[in-house]
Structure formats: structure tokens, C-alpha cells
Design a binder for this molecule. Structure first.
Ligand SMILES: Nc1ncnc2c1ncn2[C@@H]1O[C@H](COP(=O)(O)OP(=O)(O)O)[C@@H](O)[C@H]1O
Ligand SMILES: [Mg+2]
Length: 385
């Protein structure tokens, strides 16, 4: 197979116009590419940074056809494009990552099956296609467990924590089947690895990142994770293994739990730039968005060269918007806003990165004094548990 490299001046198509598309388009522009964004929503965040924007439905054949014919390669920042839409695009233009990867990540059952089939450790799970399958889930997982919609979940949406039989009895008739039931992981912490791979098979992992969620939404990320180096490297090996076996071209976020016994369990994969990789924008020479565009464009993937340790805090909803003035006034913080016109509860409005000298952030299970001072009072970052 001949490998294609996009020349400067080529146009890359991005499906989805959210903040991930906005920031991918900035990276593409820096490398000399144009970006054409296809967004189903009017006024998308990516319209400020893209060369061209089409507003149209992701399942409209005429829209997809015209979009594919206007670009040299297609990628996406939005995962819920239909399989038939992806097939149509792929018949007209190279699509990276491939639709088959998206199909796996779109469906939690396909995703868990794929990971299990490749000996990647995951939490215990049971498919719950309908109400009749609930007793089997209870019998095999025990309480507590989590029910999740198999498709279209994000930021903790479509999830139901089930503590006991009473909770099931109350919910069973109203749940949005099909579901997956997952054993509740009493995790010690959550990690993620951003891994990029190009068609030539070059692979790069960013530093293993520690993530803290609040109300099901990523609250902040720390890089590198405050864990022993051997565990951080094992997480990167797992991510690279998944990228290779799935045939990734592009970037992918691999979310993991560290179990109470210190073992890694993969939670989910996201074959696109990922919120937990936003720290790379200020702490690395090559950030996750550039690595993604490089992979899609067939360019070499260099070492990302993390020159600093970093903390990323999401600015969510009204509370997040309310922090902006303090962030702007405090030295040492980089503010990134997404240009969303309307603030809503739980909506990601922007993020802020704080940098630290290498080694000043962690040390396994320790925390540097400077870390707190630089972030407070503007930002609340939890202490080492
Ligand atoms: N099996 C589980 N055990 C414990 N916590 C979980 C489990 N699954 C999800 N969570 C928590 O919920 C968060 C969101 O779940 P996730 O499966 O990543 O869905 P989403 O697609 O919404 O990100 C996770 O980051 C984690 O904090
Ligand atoms: Mg997740």
C-alpha cells in the first residue's frame, strides 16, 4: 500500500465542530493545512479557526458527498456518525481513523468485546439487551454495579449506579435499553494515555495522565500521573498495544482505572483528541492536536517533548466561566476558551493549564508545595488522596 502525505495547502475535513475540532483546526493551520469543518449545529466553536464550515446533518448523503469531495482526508472530533455515513465518506476520500475503529468505540459492548478478545484487562461486564437480562447481571456482578447505555454516552450521561435490588426494581421499567452492566471498580485513581499512530506504523504516547472526575465530567488532569514510573509505562504499553491491534491512524485517548490492588483496567477508548490531553497544548512541543493532524496527514510523529509538568483544569458551566477573571489575573496559567455563546450547567466552556518544572509536580505519591500555591485560590485541585 502506498502511503500518502498531504502537502501544505491541502484541506483536511473534520467532522464535528466542537472544541476538539476548533483546536485541531489550529494545529492544522500551523502545519500549513486548511480545514473544512462539517457541523450539525449552527455556530460551532470550530468556526473561528476553520477555513470553511458546512452546517449540515451527518446522515445527509448529499452533504457528506459534497464534503468528501472538497477535502483530501477526513477525520472527526465527534464519534456518533452512522456506519453508512462513514462508508459513503470512505468510498470518496481517505478517512482516519477508519470507520471500523469508530464503530467499536461507539458501542460499549463491541468495545469491551474487542478489548477482551485482545487480552486487555477490563472490568467485569454483562450485556443487558432488555429488562429480562437484569437478574443475570445481578447474579454475575453483585452489587454495586453500573448500567450504561451501549451508545451515545458521554460525560457520564446515560449511566445509572445500582446499589441494591430496590434500586433495580424502581428503575427496571424505565431504563433506556440496550445497556451494558459493569462491575463497580473501586479504583484508586483514573488514568489516561493519549496514543498517536500513523499509516507507517510510527507510535507515540504522551505521558500517562491522572484524571479526576466530578459529576461524571472530567474536572482536572495532572501530567505526569502521580504513580510509580513502572505503572505509567505499563499504561503506555497497553495504549500502544490497543492502537496497533485496532489499526489506528490518528490519535486516541485510552481511559483506565488503577484498581485497589494496583492493576490497570481499560475503561474506554476514544479515537480522537481527548479532554485529558489538553495539558499537552502548553506542556509539550508537539501537542495532541498536532500529533493527531500529523498522523492523519501522513507526516512523521516525533517525540512530543514534554518540557514541563502540567495540571489542566476544565472550566465547566457557570462556575467555570466565573473563574476566568481570576485565571487571567494569575501569572503562570494559560487560558483556553472555546467560544461557546451560551453557558449551560455541565457544559465545557474552556480549560486552563498550569505548568511546573519537570519533577516539581509529582514524585510518586508526593506533591510539590509550588503546585498548590500556583493554583490557589483560583483553582481547586484535590490533594493527594
Ligand atoms: N465500572 C466503573 N466503576 C467505577 N466507576 C466508573 C465505572 N465506569 C465509569 N465510571 C466513572 O464514570 C466516569 C465516566 O464513565 P465512562 O465509562 O468513561 O463514560 P463517558 O463516556 O461518559 O466518559 C468514569 O471516568 C469513572 O469516573
Ligand atoms: Mg470516559
Amino acid at each position: 500500500m502506498s502511503l500518502t502525505t498531504l502537502a501544505p495547502g491541502a484541506t483536511i475535513g473534520i467532522i464535528g465542530g466542537g472544541q476538539l475540532g476548533r483546536m485541531s483546526a489550529m494545529a492544522a493551520a500551523r502545519l500549513g493545512y486548511h480545514v473544512h469543518v462539517l457541523s450539525a449545529e449552527p455556530d460551532p466553536p470550530a468556526q473561528d479557526t476553520a477555513h470553511r464550515v458546512t452546517i449540515g446533518a451527518y446522515d445527509d448523503e448529499a452533504v457528506l458527498r459534497a464534503f468528501a469531495q472538497s477535502v483530501s482526508a477526513i477525520t472527526f472530533e465527534f464519534e456518533n456518525i452512522s456506519a453508512s455515513g462513514l462508508d459513503l465518506l470512505a468510498s470518496l476520500c481517505p478517512v482516519h481513523p477508519a470507520g471500523s475503529i469508530l464503530a467499536i468505540s461507539q458501542d460499549r459492548i463491541l468495545e469491551k468485546s474487542f478489548l477482551g478478545d485482545h487480552d486487555i484487562p477490563v472490568a467485569d461486564w454483562v450485556s443487558v439487551p432488555d429488562r429480562d437480562a437484569l437478574p443475570e447481571a445481578v447474579a454475575s456482578l453483585g452489587f454495586p454495579f453500573i448500567l450504561k447505555t451501549t451508545r451515545f454516552g458521554y460525560d457520564g450521561k446515560g449511566q445509572f449506579r445500582i446499589a441494591d435490588q430496590e434500586a433495580i426494581d424502581a428503575l427496571a421499567a424505565h431504563l433506556p435499553y440496550p445497556l451494558i452492566a459493569e462491575g463497580f471498580v473501586d479504583f484508586e485513581r483514573e488514568l489516561s494515555v493519549m496514543v498517536a499512530r500513523n499509516e507507517a506504523g510510527e507510535i507515540r504516547c504522551f505521558s500517562t495522565t491522572e484524571n479526576q472526575h466530578r459529576d461524571g465530567i472530567l474536572d482536572y488532569s495532572l501530567a505526569p500521573a502521580r504513580i510509580p514510573v513502572a505503572l505509567a509505562e505499563e499504561a503506555q504499553r497497553l495504549a500502544a498495544h490497543i492502537a496497533t491491534t485496532i489499526g489506528l491512524v490518528g490519535i486516541m485517548g485510552v481511559e483506565m482505572f488503577v484498581s485497589a490492588r494496583g492493576a490497570l483496567l481499560v475503561n474506554e477508548i476514544a479515537p480522537r483528541p481527548h479532554n485529558s490531553g489538553h495539558w499537552t497544548m502548553d506542556a509539550c512541543l508537539i501537542d495532541q492536536f498536532e500529533m493527531h493532524i500529523r498522523a492523519v496527514a501522513g507526516l512523521p510523529l516525533p517525540d512530543p517533548f514534554r518540557h514541563s509538568d502540567a495540571a489542566m483544569k476544565n472550566l465547566i458551566g457557570f462556575e467555570g466561566v466565573g473563574l476566568c477573571d481570576a485565571v487571567l489575573a494569575q501569572p503562570g496559567l494559560a487560558l483556553h476558551l472555546y467560544g461557546k455563546h451560551e453557558t449551560r450547567a455541565g457544559r465545557k466552556m474552556g480549560h486552563v493549564n498550569a505548568l511546573f518544572p519537570l519533577g516539581a509536580l509529582p514524585g510518586p505519591y508526593g506533591i510539590a508545595a509550588r503546585f498548590d500555591q500556583a493554583l490557589k485560590p483560583a483553582l481547586e485541585i484535590a490533594q493527594e488522596p
